[in-house]
Design a protein around this ligand. Structure first.
Ligand SMILES: Cc1cc2nc3c(=O)[nH]c(=O)nc-3n(C[C@H](O)[C@H](O)[C@H](O)COP(=O)(O)OP(=O)(O)OC[C@H]3O[C@@H](n4cnc5c(N)ncnc54)[C@H](O)[C@@H]3O)c2cc1C
Length: 482
């Protein structure tokens, strides 16, 4: 279908990219982006863009991806506990400053012929257009004003995060916990420019209030930083920060919100990006979601004969991928909530748990990325020398290891059907969907922390998930429902 006039509310990554792509596909259409802030003013620090996102951008808009890559910084990953650090190469992982990404997107949008109006706060009812794309962020006034039409729900996460930065580039991305007199803080940090790193610091609600951040947050003026938190955490992470102070950019403690909508369109208005759906930052996918959804929207507009059909088919086609990603992100978020409880694990085994935490990466998938780390982690799980860990059929190998627990022992981790019932163990049911299976392993891991031995009943298509759960210390024994 051909559109004559499109208004985009919001000049974030979602809005700017949707505007550019639409203009490239429909050169005769007038596309105007309204952004309430000034161009150089934005929140946050660097954002990561994963390999799969880069592939999708390459297919949809190679010129844009090249412009992003020219300004982005590649990095490896690592985890560090106490004095020990383990590095993990992950192919093509890059990060870019949010401000730089927006600069690139602005430039590319203008090149395509998009009109940009900065300093203009606009609502969907204010603009005359065939289509209004509301990419107005997680606080979307468009979504709120028509909440019943969109069927919007918001889940508030209990833990808190502080998005701050440092004025030097870390050697590689780093996960680092630090335990203070108030409790644990965990930094997810990564370099995104030659002189900049993102520091995303998380804590639980109890630690946060014990440290007095409920009170310090109340003193922060609009657009300012929680300087008390920045000072305290600069001390806490002094080693990682090489003695420098954390820097803020509208930085205050926040709770993550998972936004879901039953419908993304109402009349000629369509929600896009964080306005429509958010995914926890620990899988680094919010920008990805917004930009990939823009690709799907423009494709649906190309394919359909009228707007109503285009928006319905966009919603139907894109929804499964978005909901799956949100489910993965939720699993990841819950794994990070419990992270301080796992610090007794050897570092490679902990990394194995990190990589497989959300059920997206199997042990074999991890073997492709970082075989040396995986081999050591599996040796730690099985209590054997690294040379005894095979290089293939990892799932079978993990499931067939023996278990010794006090006076009790099992020749393999996989027991016969029905055997768990009489074994006097705590048992969880992991027989249903992968999401429920991951929930069951999460419950079993909590029981293990209380000292229980735990068995899980699984269906045969969850063998790989079960092997990852065994190897990362989430469960002890497996019974397979054939
Ligand atoms: C701590 C943290 C870390 C993150 N790290 C990553 C990461 O590593 N990788 C990743 O992919 N994503 C990451 N994200 C997510 C990412 O920042 C967002 O998902 C992404 O910015 C969403 O883009 P958007 O265009 O939908 O919304 P936004 O970027 O929020 O843009 C919305 C824009 O709309 C404007 N606006 C709002 N209302 C109006 C109005 N009425 N009129 C005009 N303009 C308006 C706002 O000023 C804003 O500029 C992270 C998020 C957080 C919180």
């Amino acid at each position: 279908m051909e559109l004559k006039q499109v208004a985009v509310l919001g000049g974030g990554p979602g809005g700017l990219f949707a505007a550019r792509l639409l203009k490239l596909h429909q050169p005769g259409c007038r596309v105007v982006v309204y952004e309430r802030s000034e161009p150089e003013r934005t929140f946050g620090f660097g954002v990561g863009l994963q390999t799969a996102t880069q592939h999708n951008l390459r297919r949809a808009d190679p010129e844009l991806l090249d412009a992003i890559l020219a300004r982005a910084l590649p990095h490896e990953m690592s985890m560090s506990i106490g004095d020990e650090t383990v590095a993990m190469p992950i192919r093509d992982l890059i990060a870019i400053g949010r401000g730089t990404l927006l600069e690139v997107l602005r430039d590319q949008a203008v090149r395509a012929g998009v009109e940009l109006r900065y300093g203009q706060q606009v609502s969907a009812g204010d603009v005359l257009a065939d289509l209004v794309i509301a990419a107005d962020g997680v606080n979307s006034a468009t979504r709120e004003s028509r909440a019943d039409q969109f069927g919007a729900t918001i889940d508030w996460h209990n833990s808190l995060y502080l998005w701050c930065g440092a004025d030097f580039a870390l050697h590689r991305a780093l996960f680092r916990p630090e335990t203070t007199e108030h409790g644990a803080f965990v930094a997810h940090a990564y370099p995104y420019a030659p002189d900049r790193s993102t520091f995303l610091i998380e804590t639980d609600a109890e630690t946060w209030s014990r440290a007095g951040f409920d009170r310090s947050g109340e003193q922060v003026v609009s657009g300012g930083n929680d300087e008390v938190a920045l000072d305290y955490l600069s001390q806490t992470f002094a080693g990682t920060l090489r003695g420098r102070r954390l820097i803020g950019n509208q930085t205050r403690w926040l709770r993550f919100r998972t936004v879901r909508c039953e419908r993304w369109h109402a009349g000629n208005v369509v929600l896009l990006g964080d306005a429509a759906a958010t995914a926890h930052y620990s899988i680094g996918s919010g920008t990805k979601l917004a930009m990939e959804t823009a690709i799907a929207l423009v494709a649906a507009l190309d394919d359909a004969d009228d707007l109503a059909t285009a928006l319905s088919s966009f919603d139907a086609a894109r929804r499964p991928a978005v909901e799956h990603l949100q489910a993965v992100a939720t699993r990841s978020m819950l794994w990070w909530d419990d992270f301080p409880n796992r610090l007794h694990l050897p570092l490679e085994q902990l990394l194995l748990g990190y990589m497989t935490r959300a059920g997206k990466v199997s042990l074999d998938g991890f073997a492709d990325t970082a075989p040396a780390v995986l081999r050591r982690g599996l040796a730690q799980y099985a209590g054997v020398a690294e040379s005894e860990v095979p290089s293939a059929n990892l799932t079978d190998w993990v499931l067939s290891r023996p278990l010794f627990s006090g006076a009790r022992s099992w020749p393999t981790r996989t027991v016969q059907a029905g055997a768990l019932a009489g074994a006097g163990l705590a048992v969880v049911d992991a027989t249903r969907s992968w999401e429920e299976a991951l929930s069951a392993f999460e419950a079993s891991e909590k029981k293990r922390w209380e000292g229980d031995l735990v068995g899980a009943r699984i269906s045969s298509d969850h063998r790989a998930l079960a092997a990852a759960a065994l190897a990362s210390g989430r469960v002890d024994l497996i019974e397979i429902d054939e």
